[in-house]
Ligand binder design. Sequence first.
Ligand SMILES: [Zn+2]
Length: 498
Amino acid sequence: MKIKIGLFKKDFSWQTVLEQIGCDWDYFDFKNINSENYSLLIINDKLNGDEVSAVKYYLENGGAVINNLSEDYFDSNISFSSQLVRNIFPNEYKTIDVLDFPTKINFANNSLFHFANQKGLICYFPLNLSEIFLNTSTKRKSFYFKKERLSSEIVNETSKGAITFLIKSIIEQLHHKRNLPFAHKWFYPLNSKSIFTFRIDSDKSDKSTILSLYNLLNKNKISANWFLDVSSHQNWFSIFKDFQNQSFGYHCYKHKIANNYNDLLKDFENAKKYFSQNDFEINSASAIYGKWNLDFAKLYEEKNIKYSSEFSFTYDTLPFFPFTENKIFSTLQIPIHPICIGSLRQSGYNQNEMTEYFINHIDKCLKLNLPIMLYHHPLDKNHEVLQNIFDYIKEKAIPNISYDDYFNFWMARMNSKIEFDFNQQNNILKIKSDSDSFFSVSSDENNFHLVNDKDEFNFSNFNFTKKDIYSFPEDYNRIRDFDLRHLIQSFLFYIQTR
Ligand SMILES: [Zn+2]
């Protein structure tokens, strides 16, 4: 049988999540659903009577379903209740981080999801994914550290990343509960547990500060992506040409929020002159203050920007293409961790505390297999802290790759074809793929293994790798406590950016 997911109605948010996870999936046709062709169906739109019968027949023959509606088609006695729960913390559903919801959510039997085992396995998951993925609103959020004072940043109101990983866990459980393996394309090149990318927003930096940061990177052989505040460097822009192993993209010409699309376009064209004079092409961008909106999406698309990175849209997750209700944009969003040395400095952290903050973040990412994506402003200096970060990355043997490399990897990953065939008689999984990349295979929630073996893979006699467990600190929930400082910070931000 195939380890493959069938999605019912065309839906960019589900499509995005399945692509991020990297499973074999397609839109199913009721004529072709049987438990040999699909190991899981996602029902994300209302069914008619014949369709309900077809899904019931599929379930009776050993299938599994995610019912993503607030309606019970399968007589499981589920009651739905709409509740306003702004946050769900990681200990409750073993998520990778806090789940933040902007609107009411539908609970199935008072749970975010509920498994019903009755003539096939059904998971009731009535969360509206589009509401989360289309959300571009922002909110100041705190990020955990052991200190009383937490550092914060204005980021997206939702937690798109935690949702993706929650769905991955549900999909895995729906396979494992039936003694089936689950397999998906791995998130990183080769069999790395994670990757390290380093981004620099060059905000208002002078020449000597830029050169001193470059020297530190060069000494540590760190490949970084520089997003340039061009007007601050226009008199000596050509120095960037001599930087080895670094990439450059558009941050702004003037570091000022554009009022409308035309102002933004003008700013881009002004910046572009300096790029062109120095034979640089602009194929990447990061909006100032991480503030993504539809004007940026439009500009990026018109200017053939390959990827951009903005935490007001999403953060701490895997890449994906942003979309509206009827269109997917062509600029890949490469999410980043929103807290930088500057944020920690503003919160009064000393260098030891800064180092500890980033070491904790790196450890968390390694255990949860999240990408380690940090950024820095040259004027925030603190090179000792950067040196500690680079040393730790080396100690943990985490590959440092450029955004370009990760973009190329991600596109190849998205475009590669895969097929997972599982034989229940002899417990053998066959992986067919047209790429050299690795796959994660698992047979229960505690173990997994990364393989690039395109041949047979026997589950009965295989030594799996034990999954790392990340324990959230006991007082983790205080990241969503009310903090009066947020109001003051928001006021200062408003004055600063007016
Ligand atoms: Zn900036």
